[in-house]
Ligand binder design. Structure first.
Ligand SMILES: [Zn+2]
Length: 277
Protein backbone atom coordinates (compact mmCIF):
# COMPACT_ATOMS: atom_id res chain seq x y z
CA UNK A 1 0.00 0.00 0.00
CA UNK A 2 1.21 3.50 -0.72
CA UNK A 3 1.93 5.65 2.26
CA UNK A 4 -0.74 8.30 2.82
CA UNK A 5 -0.04 11.75 1.59
CA UNK A 6 0.56 13.96 4.59
CA UNK A 7 -2.67 15.91 4.89
CA UNK A 8 -2.70 19.66 4.82
CA UNK A 9 -2.13 21.03 8.31
CA UNK A 10 -4.84 22.74 10.30
CA UNK A 11 -6.06 25.85 8.57
CA UNK A 12 -6.75 27.94 11.64
CA UNK A 13 -3.20 27.44 12.86
CA UNK A 14 -1.95 28.50 9.45
CA UNK A 15 -4.07 31.61 9.38
CA UNK A 16 -2.68 32.60 12.74
CA UNK A 17 0.79 31.87 11.52
CA UNK A 18 0.42 33.98 8.42
CA UNK A 19 -0.73 36.86 10.55
CA UNK A 20 2.26 36.58 12.83
CA UNK A 21 4.83 35.93 10.09
CA UNK A 22 4.60 38.88 7.73
CA UNK A 23 8.15 38.34 6.51
CA UNK A 24 7.47 34.75 5.42
CA UNK A 25 9.05 34.34 2.02
CA UNK A 26 7.26 32.48 -0.71
CA UNK A 27 10.30 31.32 -2.57
CA UNK A 28 13.93 30.55 -2.04
CA UNK A 29 15.22 33.73 -3.59
CA UNK A 30 13.16 36.16 -1.58
CA UNK A 31 13.94 34.05 1.46
CA UNK A 32 17.65 34.66 1.02
CA UNK A 33 16.96 38.37 0.70
CA UNK A 34 14.89 38.37 3.88
CA UNK A 35 17.54 36.43 5.74
CA UNK A 36 20.29 38.78 4.59
CA UNK A 37 18.30 41.79 5.69
CA UNK A 38 17.94 40.26 9.14
CA UNK A 39 21.58 39.29 9.51
CA UNK A 40 24.21 41.99 9.15
CA UNK A 41 27.11 39.60 8.60
CA UNK A 42 27.84 38.57 5.04
CA UNK A 43 25.95 35.52 3.89
CA UNK A 44 27.84 33.11 1.63
CA UNK A 45 26.56 33.59 -1.89
CA UNK A 46 26.32 31.16 -4.78
CA UNK A 47 24.86 27.69 -4.96
CA UNK A 48 23.99 26.08 -1.65
CA UNK A 49 24.50 22.52 -0.54
CA UNK A 50 21.26 20.99 0.66
CA UNK A 51 20.78 17.72 2.59
CA UNK A 52 17.31 16.14 2.60
CA UNK A 53 17.28 13.85 5.66
CA UNK A 54 14.27 11.58 5.58
CA UNK A 55 12.91 8.36 7.14
CA UNK A 56 11.75 6.31 4.13
CA UNK A 57 12.10 6.15 0.36
CA UNK A 58 9.22 8.23 -1.12
CA UNK A 59 8.72 10.49 1.95
CA UNK A 60 10.66 13.32 0.36
CA UNK A 61 8.85 12.93 -2.96
CA UNK A 62 5.50 13.48 -1.25
CA UNK A 63 6.69 16.28 1.04
CA UNK A 64 9.25 18.36 -0.83
CA UNK A 65 10.21 17.00 -4.28
CA UNK A 66 8.89 20.10 -6.06
CA UNK A 67 11.20 22.25 -3.97
CA UNK A 68 14.10 19.87 -4.58
CA UNK A 69 13.47 19.98 -8.34
CA UNK A 70 13.33 23.76 -8.25
CA UNK A 71 16.54 24.07 -6.27
CA UNK A 72 18.54 21.68 -8.44
CA UNK A 73 17.25 23.55 -11.52
CA UNK A 74 18.51 26.76 -9.92
CA UNK A 75 21.96 25.23 -9.48
CA UNK A 76 21.91 24.20 -5.85
CA UNK A 77 23.40 20.83 -4.97
CA UNK A 78 21.03 18.46 -3.18
CA UNK A 79 21.96 15.22 -1.41
CA UNK A 80 19.44 12.74 0.03
CA UNK A 81 20.09 10.93 3.31
CA UNK A 82 17.73 7.97 3.86
CA UNK A 83 17.56 6.74 7.44
CA UNK A 84 15.82 3.50 6.49
CA UNK A 85 15.37 1.75 3.17
CA UNK A 86 11.67 1.13 3.77
CA UNK A 87 12.04 -2.60 4.29
CA UNK A 88 8.62 -2.99 5.99
CA UNK A 89 6.59 -1.26 3.30
CA UNK A 90 4.89 -4.27 1.74
CA UNK A 91 1.97 -6.56 2.57
CA UNK A 92 3.10 -9.20 0.05
CA UNK A 93 3.68 -12.46 2.00
CA UNK A 94 6.32 -13.51 -0.53
CA UNK A 95 8.37 -10.33 -0.06
CA UNK A 96 11.46 -10.25 2.15
CA UNK A 97 12.86 -7.17 3.90
CA UNK A 98 16.16 -7.59 2.04
CA UNK A 99 14.56 -7.69 -1.41
CA UNK A 100 12.22 -4.84 -0.59
CA UNK A 101 15.04 -2.65 0.69
CA UNK A 102 17.03 -3.27 -2.49
CA UNK A 103 13.99 -2.46 -4.64
CA UNK A 104 13.19 0.70 -2.74
CA UNK A 105 16.79 1.94 -2.83
CA UNK A 106 16.72 1.56 -6.61
CA UNK A 107 13.38 3.38 -6.78
CA UNK A 108 14.77 6.17 -4.60
CA UNK A 109 17.84 6.53 -6.80
CA UNK A 110 15.59 6.66 -9.88
CA UNK A 111 13.43 9.35 -8.26
CA UNK A 112 16.52 11.32 -7.32
CA UNK A 113 17.89 11.14 -10.86
CA UNK A 114 14.62 12.65 -12.12
CA UNK A 115 14.95 15.45 -9.56
CA UNK A 116 18.56 16.24 -10.40
CA UNK A 117 19.88 14.72 -7.17
CA UNK A 118 23.00 12.68 -7.84
CA UNK A 119 24.08 11.64 -4.36
CA UNK A 120 21.96 9.40 -2.11
CA UNK A 121 23.21 8.15 1.25
CA UNK A 122 21.48 5.10 2.77
CA UNK A 123 22.02 4.64 6.52
CA UNK A 124 19.97 1.39 6.44
CA UNK A 125 18.41 1.49 9.88
CA UNK A 126 15.52 -1.01 10.11
CA UNK A 127 12.21 0.42 8.93
CA UNK A 128 9.54 0.90 11.60
CA UNK A 129 11.87 0.97 14.59
CA UNK A 130 13.64 4.35 14.39
CA UNK A 131 14.16 6.03 17.74
CA UNK A 132 15.83 9.42 18.22
CA UNK A 133 18.55 8.10 20.51
CA UNK A 134 22.21 9.08 20.84
CA UNK A 135 23.31 6.40 18.40
CA UNK A 136 21.07 7.81 15.65
CA UNK A 137 22.14 11.34 16.54
CA UNK A 138 25.79 10.33 16.22
CA UNK A 139 25.11 8.70 12.83
CA UNK A 140 23.52 11.91 11.61
CA UNK A 141 26.27 14.13 13.01
CA UNK A 142 28.74 11.95 11.13
CA UNK A 143 26.82 12.45 7.88
CA UNK A 144 26.31 16.19 8.43
CA UNK A 145 29.98 16.75 9.19
CA UNK A 146 30.93 14.79 6.07
CA UNK A 147 28.43 16.40 3.69
CA UNK A 148 28.65 19.92 5.21
CA UNK A 149 25.20 21.10 4.07
CA UNK A 150 24.27 24.78 4.24
CA UNK A 151 20.61 23.80 4.32
CA UNK A 152 18.85 20.76 5.83
CA UNK A 153 15.31 19.64 5.00
CA UNK A 154 13.86 17.15 7.47
CA UNK A 155 10.51 15.98 8.79
CA UNK A 156 8.54 17.86 11.47
CA UNK A 157 8.93 15.86 14.71
CA UNK A 158 5.99 17.65 16.34
CA UNK A 159 3.37 16.23 13.98
CA UNK A 160 1.74 13.47 16.05
CA UNK A 161 -1.53 13.40 14.15
CA UNK A 162 -3.58 15.45 11.69
CA UNK A 163 -7.34 15.88 11.81
CA UNK A 164 -9.29 12.68 12.51
CA UNK A 165 -7.72 10.62 9.76
CA UNK A 166 -3.94 10.54 10.03
CA UNK A 167 -1.52 9.27 12.67
CA UNK A 168 1.99 10.27 11.73
CA UNK A 169 4.44 7.40 11.30
CA UNK A 170 6.77 7.10 14.33
CA UNK A 171 9.78 6.88 12.00
CA UNK A 172 8.89 10.30 10.55
CA UNK A 173 8.83 11.84 14.03
CA UNK A 174 12.02 10.06 15.08
CA UNK A 175 13.82 11.10 11.91
CA UNK A 176 12.89 14.75 12.40
CA UNK A 177 13.79 14.73 16.08
CA UNK A 178 17.18 13.07 15.56
CA UNK A 179 18.04 15.34 12.64
CA UNK A 180 17.24 18.54 14.51
CA UNK A 181 19.26 17.33 17.51
CA UNK A 182 22.17 16.49 15.20
CA UNK A 183 22.02 19.87 13.46
CA UNK A 184 21.94 21.72 16.77
CA UNK A 185 24.08 21.56 18.72
CA UNK A 186 25.88 18.26 18.15
CA UNK A 187 27.26 18.76 14.61
CA UNK A 188 28.47 22.23 15.57
CA UNK A 189 30.11 21.43 18.91
CA UNK A 190 33.69 20.24 18.81
CA UNK A 191 33.57 18.28 22.04
CA UNK A 192 30.40 16.32 21.25
CA UNK A 193 31.14 12.84 19.91
CA UNK A 194 34.95 13.25 20.07
CA UNK A 195 35.32 9.93 18.27
CA UNK A 196 34.15 11.71 15.11
CA UNK A 197 36.95 14.25 15.44
CA UNK A 198 39.35 11.35 15.59
CA UNK A 199 37.92 10.28 12.22
CA UNK A 200 38.73 13.71 10.81
CA UNK A 201 35.14 14.97 10.91
CA UNK A 202 35.40 18.60 11.97
CA UNK A 203 32.41 20.48 13.45
CA UNK A 204 29.95 21.91 10.94
CA UNK A 205 27.28 24.56 11.32
CA UNK A 206 24.08 24.15 9.31
CA UNK A 207 22.67 27.61 8.53
CA UNK A 208 19.09 26.91 7.47
CA UNK A 209 16.52 24.24 8.31
CA UNK A 210 13.23 23.54 6.55
CA UNK A 211 10.69 21.23 8.24
CA UNK A 212 8.68 19.39 5.59
CA UNK A 213 5.08 18.38 6.25
CA UNK A 214 5.14 21.01 8.98
CA UNK A 215 2.31 21.54 11.43
CA UNK A 216 2.87 25.31 11.42
CA UNK A 217 4.40 26.28 8.07
CA UNK A 218 5.76 29.78 7.64
CA UNK A 219 7.44 29.53 4.23
CA UNK A 220 5.91 28.64 0.88
CA UNK A 221 7.92 27.52 -2.15
CA UNK A 222 6.32 28.03 -5.56
CA UNK A 223 6.71 24.69 -7.39
CA UNK A 224 4.39 25.47 -10.31
CA UNK A 225 7.15 24.94 -12.86
CA UNK A 226 8.29 21.72 -11.17
CA UNK A 227 5.05 19.93 -10.32
CA UNK A 228 5.33 17.53 -13.26
CA UNK A 229 8.88 16.64 -12.19
CA UNK A 230 7.58 15.92 -8.69
CA UNK A 231 4.91 13.63 -10.15
CA UNK A 232 7.49 11.85 -12.31
CA UNK A 233 9.71 11.30 -9.26
CA UNK A 234 6.76 9.88 -7.32
CA UNK A 235 6.06 7.47 -10.18
CA UNK A 236 9.56 6.01 -9.69
CA UNK A 237 8.36 4.49 -6.40
CA UNK A 238 6.65 1.66 -8.26
CA UNK A 239 6.49 -0.75 -5.30
CA UNK A 240 4.56 1.79 -3.24
CA UNK A 241 2.41 3.46 -5.85
CA UNK A 242 1.04 0.39 -7.60
CA UNK A 243 -2.05 1.30 -9.62
CA UNK A 244 -2.84 4.37 -7.55
CA UNK A 245 -3.45 7.39 -9.75
CA UNK A 246 -2.02 9.86 -7.27
CA UNK A 247 -1.55 12.81 -9.62
CA UNK A 248 -4.97 14.47 -9.06
CA UNK A 249 -4.53 14.22 -5.29
CA UNK A 250 -1.00 15.64 -5.38
CA UNK A 251 -2.11 18.48 -7.67
CA UNK A 252 -5.04 19.31 -5.37
CA UNK A 253 -2.76 19.25 -2.34
CA UNK A 254 -0.20 21.55 -3.97
CA UNK A 255 -2.95 23.88 -5.18
CA UNK A 256 -4.52 24.07 -1.72
CA UNK A 257 -1.11 24.73 -0.19
CA UNK A 258 -0.44 27.55 -2.65
CA UNK A 259 -3.84 29.08 -1.98
CA UNK A 260 -2.91 29.53 1.68
CA UNK A 261 -0.25 32.13 0.92
CA UNK A 262 -0.46 35.03 -1.49
CA UNK A 263 2.19 34.95 -4.18
CA UNK A 264 2.93 31.24 -3.77
CA UNK A 265 1.96 30.51 -7.39
CA UNK A 266 -0.51 27.92 -8.62
CA UNK A 267 1.18 25.01 -6.85
CA UNK A 268 3.33 25.16 -3.73
CA UNK A 269 4.97 23.23 -0.92
CA UNK A 270 5.15 24.72 2.56
CA UNK A 271 7.67 24.43 5.37
CA UNK A 272 8.52 25.63 8.85
CA UNK A 273 11.77 27.56 8.40
CA UNK A 274 14.73 28.31 10.67
CA UNK A 275 17.70 30.59 10.03
CA UNK A 276 20.30 29.60 12.60
CA UNK A 277 22.71 32.23 13.96
ZN1 LIG B 1 7.38 7.41 5.41
Amino acid sequence: MPEPVDPTPDESAQAQNLASQPSAAVDAESMVTAAQAAAPEAEPTGPKRVAVVIAHPDDAEFDCAGTVARWTAEGHEVVYVLLTSGDKGSSDPAMTPERLAATRETEQRDACAILGVHDVVFLRHPDGTLVPDLALRRDLVRVIRRLKPDVVICQDPTVRWVDQSYLNHPDHRAAGEATLDAVYPAARDRMTFPELLADGLEPHKVREVYLAGAKEPDVWIDITAHLETKLAALRAHVSQIGDWDFAPEIRDWARETAAKHEGAGDYAESFKYFKLD
